[in-house]
Design a protein around this ligand. Sequence first.
Ligand SMILES: *[C@@H]1O[C@H](CO)[C@@H](O)[C@H](O)[C@H]1NC(C)=O
Length: 166
Amino acid sequence: MAARVVLVLALINCVSTRQLPSDYIVNKSLQSAYRLVYQSETWPVARDRCEDQGGHLAVPDTQEEFEFLQKLVRGMHYPSIVNRDVALVVWLGINNLDDYRIWKNIFGQNIKDSSFSTWSGDNGQGFSDDPEEPHCAAIDPINPGLRDYWCHRRQPYLCEININEI
Ligand SMILES: *[C@@H]1O[C@H](CO)[C@@H](O)[C@H](O)[C@H]1NC(C)=O
């Protein structure tokens, strides 16, 4: 009887952790798991890599989630970041590539209506669709808001998996 309970518990544990790839940090109150990726990539490649793992580039929905992500970024071991242009800028799942006036998350939602949308300083102004402008968003360890940055730059990135979906 006791052995059977242990077996069932072992199976439940196995099922609930099987689909979460390694290196993800779980935050139950935010109902998500996050991974800091030290291998720098351009924004489009970072987006694809997160999707390959069944997740997406991280999108802070609230101030609390932004602060939690910033804490993770602050805890990074910067010398270990590979191939980056600037170590302290970490990609998130937000861009204005469709229309420079609207910053959308990777779900296609205007972040002003649906998620955290505070910008750091004068970032996020979006003056034109000119590819010379920064059209992707990131987080750094210090500033209390989003950073805009050039999508073709290689940066470390944050993947997110919603733990309700696994
Ligand atoms: C999860 O995130 C919240 C912020 O929303 C934070 O207060 C809490 O400490 C985090 N939990 C863990 C286990 O890190």
